[in-house]
Every structure is written in structure tokens, then in C-alpha cells.
Design a protein around this ligand. Structure first.
Ligand SMILES: O=C(O)C[C@@H](O)[C@H](O)C(=O)CO
Length: 274
């Protein structure tokens, strides 16, 4: 198996709580980004006390109550499937905070982690405030929900975004990278991709490669897989008949998304939309 591809592990943590993915704590080559997926049965509770990391809890599906410090946010979550394609609710939780998530229904939660340097207010990121964006032309079209973009100054490191790519299209394309701390031209950001496909027997292809090809992995990515992007360009191609969803978490030394397109493929941006 390529070293950047992670399959769902489905490990029971406690009654009604199942760990689907855990990309953190010595189980990852990434230094800045941590990522988990947790499934909660109705009524089940997941609890954690953060240390030097901040967290964004994204209610992928189902409904949940999130308590962070003294605040409780009830009835979060807007969809039974990510493919309803509506934005969902998330909660930003500051470092050194204790939080708990209780499933009000069966719930899938993404826990996105990155270094926290300061104590910040915990904050609800409600679905109604999520900025939606359409990007691209021809077979390079995708829709984006900006959950925690760099324009929103609520986190120290975390950037979180979800992306839908329709049948036959490419996204994260033309291939771009953000692996040099060289602002204003490029920022250094690691990235994770949590993928789903509709219908779920689908797959997508994702390539992660650097200019010198010292890193060059092309992966067949199935439903619920995670891909790690420590460096390099990272385009995604979606086969005919399937829709792709992915959730990206990015973090690095500076909280700015400044990417650099692969010059070999940048020309596709210059085409007429006909
Ligand atoms: O616009 C897209 O195709 C999504 C990507 O930008 C994705 O969020 C990413 O690669 C971020 O670096």
C-alpha cells in the first residue's frame, strides 16, 4: 500500500464510539496537521482534552451536541449524507480545552487538529455562515464550502475546506502545491484529504508528486480513505458516473493558503469556457 494512503480502521473506542481514522500522535509523517474521524451512535459521547493543539470539529453527518469549556452548542449538523451538498455546522475549539461531543442521532464527526499557540474563544461555525464557492471551467469544475478559510481570523493554524467534484471532472487541478515557506509567493502547508464517493463503490485517483519526483505516488482512493499530503502537487481525478467529496485540513507555520501551480499544466487556466 502506498505510504500516503490510509484505509478506514473502524476501531471501537468505547460504547457506541468508533474511531474510523486517526492521523496523529506518532502515526503520521505530518508535523502540523492531525486528523481523526469518529462515529458516534445516538446517545454516545466522545471526550477529549486538548494540549498544545486547536481543533475544528466538523459534523459531517447526523446531529450532535458539542460542549467546549463552558459553552454548549446543541443540535449541530445539517445532513444525513455529505452528498446532500449543503454546508454543515462546525465548532472551533481552542488549545488546552476539554470538549465533548454527544450524538443526538448516529453521527460522523471529523476532528481537524493543528498547533495552537494562543488561547482563543471557542466558536460555532454555523452552516448558514459558510461561504460557498464555484471554481473552474470545462471538466475542472468543483464546489467548495469554506469552513475555516484564512480570511476568517478565528484560529492559530487551522484551515478547513470541503470540496465536491462532479463525475468526470478534476479538482485540486491544475496541480498545485504549497510546500515552500516563501511568502508572498507560496506558503508551507501540509494537507489531509478525507474522501467519500457517491455511490460508495466509486473511487477517485489522486497523485502526489514533487518537481524532482522524489515523491510521486498515484493512488486509487476509495470511499472513506484518507490521503496525506506532506508536500507536492496533489490533483484529484473523478471517474465518469461518480461524485467525489473530500474534506481538506491544512496547517503550517503561517496560516495563509498561497499555492503554486505546476507550470507544466497551468495553461489549462487560460482556455476559453465554451
Ligand atoms: O479548488 C480545489 O480544487 C480544491 C483544492 O484547492 C483543495 O482544497 C486543495 O488542494 C487545497 O490546497
Amino acid at each position: 500500500m502506498p505510504k500516503l494512503l490510509r484505509k478506514p480502521e473502524k476501531k471501537p473506542l468505547s460504547k457506541g464510539v468508533t474511531l474510523i481514522h486517526e492521523v496523529k500522535d506518532g502515526r503520521t509523517p505530518l508535523e502540523y496537521v492531525g486528523f481523526s474521524i469518529v462515529d458516534l451512535d445516538k446517545g454516545a459521547v466522545f471526550e477529549e482534552t486538548l494540549t498544545n493543539q486547536e481543533c475544528c470539529a466538523v459534523i459531517l453527518t447526523g446531529k450532535a451536541t458539542v460542549t467546549a469549556g463552558e459553552q454548549t452548542f446543541q443540535s449541530l449538523g445539517t445532513r444525513k449524507s455529505v452528498f446532500e451538498k449543503v454546508p454543515t455546522d462546525s465548532v472551533y475549539i481552542t488549545k488546552e480545552e476539554k470538549y465533548r461531543i454527544k450524538g443526538e442521532t448516529d453521527t460522523r464527526v471529523a476532528l481537524c487538529y493543528a498547533p495552537g499557540m494562543t488561547k482563543r474563544p471557542n466558536r460555532l461555525l454555523p452552516a448558514k455562515d459558510i461561504l460557498q464557492e464555484h471554481r473552474g471551467i470545462k471538466m475542472n469544475q468543483r464546489s467548495v464550502h469554506n469552513i475555516l478559510p484564512d480570511s476568517l481570523d478565528v484560529a492559530d493554524s487551522l484551515l478547513v475546506v470541503e470540496v465536491y467534484t462532479e463525475s468526470g471532472n478534476f479538482s485540486s487541478y491544475p496541480p498545485h502545491k504549497h510546500d515552500q515557506d516563501n511568502l508572498p509567493h507560496e506558503s508551507f502547508l501540509e494537507e489531509t484529504y478525507y474522501h467519500e464517493q457517491d455511490p460508495p463503490q466509486g473511487f477517485v485517483f489522486q497523485r502526489v508528486y514533487t518537481d524532482d519526483r522524489s515523491l510521486d505516488e498515484t493512488m486509487t482512493v476509495e470511499n472513506e480513505d484518507v490521503v496525506l499530503v506532506p508536500a507536492g502537487y496533489h490533483p484529484v481525478g473523478v471517474p465518469d458516473g461518480y461524485t467525489s467529496y473530500y474534506l481538506n485540513v491544512m496547517a503550517g507555520p503561517k496560516r495563509t493558503w498561497k499555492f503554486y501551480n505546476d507550470p507544466a499544466h497551468e495553461w489549462i487556466l487560460d482556455r476559453e469556457d465554451s
